[in-house]
Ligand binder design. Structure first.
Ligand SMILES: Nc1ncnc2c1ncn2[C@@H]1O[C@H](COP(=O)(O)OP(=O)(O)OP(=O)(O)O)[C@@H](O)[C@H]1O
Length: 235
């Protein structure tokens, strides 16, 4: 589905990504793990086409066998890429339903979700549809942020650390949300520092260090090396 080949990125003269190679297959949940400053957010932003304002990039990105390297973000969105930013981008003064109706539904996109499908998949959002976005719990806000991107027709969600700063109970809820998303046939690439959680929700993991993919790990390897990885990540 997604193949990244030799992707490098710079901020001015400073190189943040160094010939990153990775692939994500349809239906998988894959995590990107790495210390602060390793380049995780930069990588997601490059995939979405959002790095351009900061500096140059090199390498190629292909999605569904099409080279999307030179495409603008909205064109990538039309081809099925969706970016769930770490600030969740929820409008405080709008209700849940207004937040859901806000993004332009991408008719040219592969598979935009109707409101009905959103509410069937996430009944909690239906119950809270008249609530202002900020009255939701952290888990519900994350659900709303994901649902908004699914409304645009995303087939591959790029999630920037959805569990950051949330309590263990809410992290668990986010795990359930991600499993629902996967069951609905959506593929996910997410930044995740909580390797224990990552091994419960994802299929595979890439370890990023100083802008390079240094290891590809399966769940058993993550579980066996959990302590070592947590120490390495400084958690
Ligand atoms: N806007 C920017 N201008 C200059 N350098 C930047 C900018 N954003 C990130 N960097 C640098 O690029 C490198 C990678 O940063 P990035 O934010 O991608 O890492 P990260 O792995 O996502 O870390 P974190 O978890 O702290 O966000 C770091 O050295 C960082 O200082």
């Amino acid at each position: 589905m997604l193949i990244v080949d030799g992707l490098s990125a710079w901020y001015g003269e400073a190189q943040a990504l160094r010939e990153v190679w990775m692939r994500v297959d349809e239906g998988e949940i894959v995590t990107l793990v790495g210390r602060n400053g390793a380049g995780k957010t930069t990588l997601l932003r490059c995939l979405m086409g959002l790095h351009g304002a900061h500096g140059r990039t090199a390498g190629t990105i292909s999605l569904f066998d099409e080279d999307i390297t030179g495409l603008a973000p909205h064109r990538r969105a039309r081809r099925g890429l969706g970016f769930v930013q770490d600030d969740r981008g929820i409008y405080a003064s709008l209700s849940v339903e207004e937040n859901l109706l806000l993004p332009p539904v991408n008719k040219a996109g592969p598979e935009p979700w109707s409101l009905k499908r959103v509410y069937e998949t996430f009944p909690a959002l239906r119950e809270r549809r008249r609530f202002p976005g900020t009255k939701l719990s952290g888990g519900e806000q994350q659900m709303l942020a994901l649902a908004r991107v699914l409304r645009t027709g995303a087939r591959l969600l790029l999630c920037d650390e959805p569990t950051e700063g949330l309590s263990p109970l809410i992290v668990q809820q986010i795990g359930e949300i991600l499993r629902e998303v996967k069951a609905a046939g959506v593929t996910v690439l997410l930044i995740e520092q909580n390797v224990h959680f990552a091994a419960t929700v994802a299929d595979r993991h890439y370890l990023l260090a100083e802008g390079r993919i240094v290891e590809s790990l399966d769940n058993d390897q993550v579980r066996e090396r959990e302590h070592e990885l947590l120490e390495y990540l400084g958690i």
